[in-house]
Unconditional design. Structure first.
Length: 229
């Protein structure tokens, strides 16, 4: 049973449950529920900087992904701060509830996996309290690397090879975004690129894996004039 109040006030909902067997009344239970609807002005809203949101068992969770780092910084974006008199972070870590009282806490998780927590605003207030539910995913990191070769005697394309090591396992890299340092890009895993003039170019590939973790590496590619004999 759900209901949405459209006016402030105090409401009582009565529920009567009757049990019958073969048409005979066996028992009856009565329950009254009181709901107090009040103006929450000024309002407070529990909010954090998140990677994504997901709904679990009808409840919205803020998703925070950490890649290759067990120490996770949580950025509190709750508002309005001047009306938040009390706040508390709670995380379930291996069956133990860990509590943090910093506005932007850094939480050390024991290893890879999924953890759950919440941010409570004014938890002891009768009105104007709020809670943000949190899902934390600690993923393995990415160690990006690449190599390149080209013929220094003849002008032609440079061959780039991705050497990234992905903590999520072989085949987990799903996208590449190469910046060749001359305003040209490629999304190929092992691209060829032709530079129009010699020079020292800063090449930066960004790789992304199945966990949406990214890795960036930068290296200078020195293109010398082709030599003729």
């Amino acid at each position: 049973m759900t209901g949405v109040p459209f006016a402030q006030g105090q409401y009582v909902v009565g529920v009567c449950v009757s049990e019958f067997r073969n048409g005979v009344l066996l028992s009856r239970t009565l329950r009254d529920f009181q709901f107090n609807v009040a103006s929450c002005d000024p309002t407070v809203l529990a909010d954090i900087e998140e990677t994504d949101t997901v709904v679990l068992a009808g409840q919205q969770y803020y998703v925070v992904d950490a890649c290759g780092e067990n120490a996770v910084l949580f950025n509190n974006e709750s508002r309005q701060q001047q009306f938040i008199s009390e706040f508390r972070w709670e995380f379930d870590i291996n069956g133990t509830t860990e509590i943090f009282n910093d506005w932007n806490p850094t939480v050390n998780f024991p290893g890879l996996g999924t953890y759950y927590g919440r941010l409570l605003l004014n938890p002891n207030a009768a009105q104007c309290a709020d809670t943000a539910y949190i899902e934390v995913n600690v993923y393995p990191g990415i160690d990006p690397a690449f190599e390149f070769v080209y013929d220094t005697c003849n002008a032609g394309p440079v061959s780039f090879t991705d050497l990234t090591v992905a903590g999520a396992g072989p085949g987990s890299i799903v996208s590449w975004d190469w910046d060749f340092g001359d305003n040209k890009q490629s999304q190929e895993p092992n691209p060829f690129h032709t530079y129009l003039i010699p020079g020292n170019f800063n090449v930066q590939p960004v790789v992304r894996d199945t966990n949406n973790c990214t890795g960036l590496v930068s290296s200078h590619c020195l293109i010398t004039p082709s030599r003729k004999f």
